[in-house]
Design a protein around this ligand. Structure first.
Ligand code: BV8
Length: 254
């Protein structure tokens, strides 16, 4: 549990975080949309966020897709088009630096993001627990294809069987990919330092990883521009944009 925010200076908090991280044998990270905000991608729940103008139930659930696949594809094609214009920011690169320091066997990056920017920044051990909008999945033959950020038709069809394609992401009320989720739980349970970066910690089961890390005795360090639903459960809260704070944390390790 971190001391009250106003009783620890940002410098002291960063120093404490660096000391904890430096001593860690195994590190795990959970990222959310906030780490991609400085790349220019809208978050979900901030002002002007992705869900603005859309109810989640209208664009990110299986029922929404059955009811109006055109609307859902308009939502996802807009996000794919935005993806074609952005690149990783210093926050993504800082996490790739940390992985190189610990090695991919002792460093796992669990992301709720579907933008693929961690891999573009050079992160190797990335667990995409909510899938990726770069891949599509056929609703008929289940074939999964990497379509990058190319523009897709309003109602894209499978080249193999002709059925409607869907984004290969996890919608609300859908189960997370079992193998990926199991690996994420294992990595978080085994880590001794858990970084939580740019997430409101509203969505489960992803947000439950914070409790799992604490239960297993890991120290939890959060990076966010404002306190989140996780903040009362973390050991150090580093307030600031991840594109600035994460490089500072990496530098403080030296
Ligand atoms: C499941 C992919 C069960 C799609 C996403 C009824 C039935 C079933 C389940 C439920 C139910 N009621 C509730 C649930 C659980 C539900 C849930 O958690 N709902 C919430 C809303 C309460 N969860 C589910 O449905 C999950 N599935 O439970 O299945 C099951 C089991 C077996 C069999 C069948 C079913 C599925 C959840 C996954 C949903 N898919 N995304 C897409 O992207 O289009 S979730 C979506 O939210 C994104 O993945 C996003 O990443 C995620 C979390 O949001 P954040 O990343 O945290 O983004 P947000 O905008 O909220 O916050 C950004 C943060 O960044 C802020 O804190 C901000 O301050 C900060 N920030 C901003 N700028 C910066 C910054 N920080 C640092 N630096 C900056 N510069």
């Amino acid at each position: 549990m971190h001391p009250p925010i106003d009783q620890e200076s940002p410098t002291d908090a960063l120093r404490r975080a660096a000391r904890i991280l430096r001593g860690a044998t195994r590190v795990a990270v959970l990222t959310g949309a906030g780490i991609s905000a400085e790349s220019g991608l809208a978050t979900f729940r901030g002002a002007g966020g992705l869900w603005e103008g859309h109810r989640v139930e209208d664009v990110a659930t299986p029922r929404a897709f059955r009811r109006d696949p055109g609307l859902v594809w308009r939502f996802y094609n807009l996000r794919r088009a935005a993806l074609a214009q952005v690149s990783p920011n210093p926050g993504h690169h800082a996490l790739a630096d940390l992985e190189r320091r610990w090695g991919s066997d002792a460093f796992a990056l669990v992301t709720q993001n579907v933008d693929g920017l961690h891999q573009q920044a050079g992160s190797q051990n990335v667990l995409e627990i909510h899938g990726t909008i770069r891949h599509v999945r056929c609703t008929g033959c289940e074939a999964i294809t990497d379509r990058g950020t190319e523009a897709l038709a309003d109602l894209p069809a499978c080249e193999a069987c002709g059925q409607l394609l869907r984004p290969n992401v996890v919608w609300f009320e859908e189960a997370l990919p079992e193998a990926v989720w199991k690996r994420a739980e294992d990595e978080v349970a085994r880590c001794d330092c858990f970084l939580v970066v740019g997430t409101s910690a509203v969505v489960y089961p992803a947000a439950g990883l914070i409790d799992l890390a604490r239960m297993e005795g890991a120290a939890v360090i959060e990076v966010n521009v404002v306190p989140s639903q996780a903040s009362s459960r973390v050991d150090v809260l580093l307030l600031g944009p991840s594109g600035t704070v994460l490089p500072e944390l990496v530098n403080a390790l030296a």
